[in-house]
Design a protein around this ligand. Structure first.
Ligand SMILES: [Zn+2]
Ligand SMILES: [Zn+2]
Length: 110
């Protein structure tokens, strides 16, 4: 809740300073690690993951039978403004991971 109040206050101050722009001539302040949107709101740091897609396979190294499947997906990091929807791309990368699809035939014994 405190974050929201600060946000509302920041918007109010911005509007006020725009109206009384001739009164003060302060240098622009940049809050560290806070990405400000053009609308005056604070942007959220969003990470988006794409669908896993098959990229390769190998004989399972964990079990007696089956395969390990190599899959990859895209990871997109961007700033998104919750107020006006403005987006700013931070980075785009590919993530790879082995998915085990191996199995062991259970020992039924006697
Ligand atoms: Zn915005
Ligand atoms: Zn495996």
């Amino acid at each position: 809740m405190k974050k929201l109040v600060t946000l509302v206050l920041a918007c109010f101050l911005l509007t006020t300073s725009a109206l009384t722009i001739s009164a003060q001539d302060d240098p622009i302040e940049i809050t560290p690690r806070a990405m400000a949107c053009v609308c005056g709101s604070k942007m959220d740091d969003i990470t988006k993951y794409g669908q896993w897609k098959g990229a390769g396979q190998r004989r399972c190294i964990h079990h007696e039978y089956g395969l390990d499947i190599l899959k990859e997906r895209t990871v997109t990091r961007k700033y998104v403004c919750p107020k006006c929807g403005e987006e700013r791309l931070i980075s785009e990368s590919t993530q790879t991971r082995w998915f085990c699809e191996g199995y062991t035939i259970p020992d039924t014994g006697e």
